[in-house]
Design a protein around this ligand. Structure first.
Ligand SMILES: [Zn+2]
Ligand SMILES: [Zn+2]
Length: 50
């Protein structure tokens, strides 16, 4: 998942430790130039959209 897939109000959750990150503001990256190509990691695993 890249930042491009996240909209305002979305929540990312780490299934390992339970950390939750909420998107309070979306970025305007295009799909091709997403700034987080590798996605968001916590505990060495990719975080999932809640
Ligand atoms: Zn975690
Ligand atoms: Zn971005």
């Amino acid at each position: 998942m890249s930042c491009h897939d996240l909209k305002e109000g979305d929540t990312l959750v780490c299934e390992d430790c339970g950390l939750e990150l909420k998107v309070s503001k979306a970025c305007n990256c295009s799909e091709e130039s997403a700034c987080t190509e590798g996605g968001f990691d916590c505990c060495g695993m990719a975080m999932k959209k809640k």
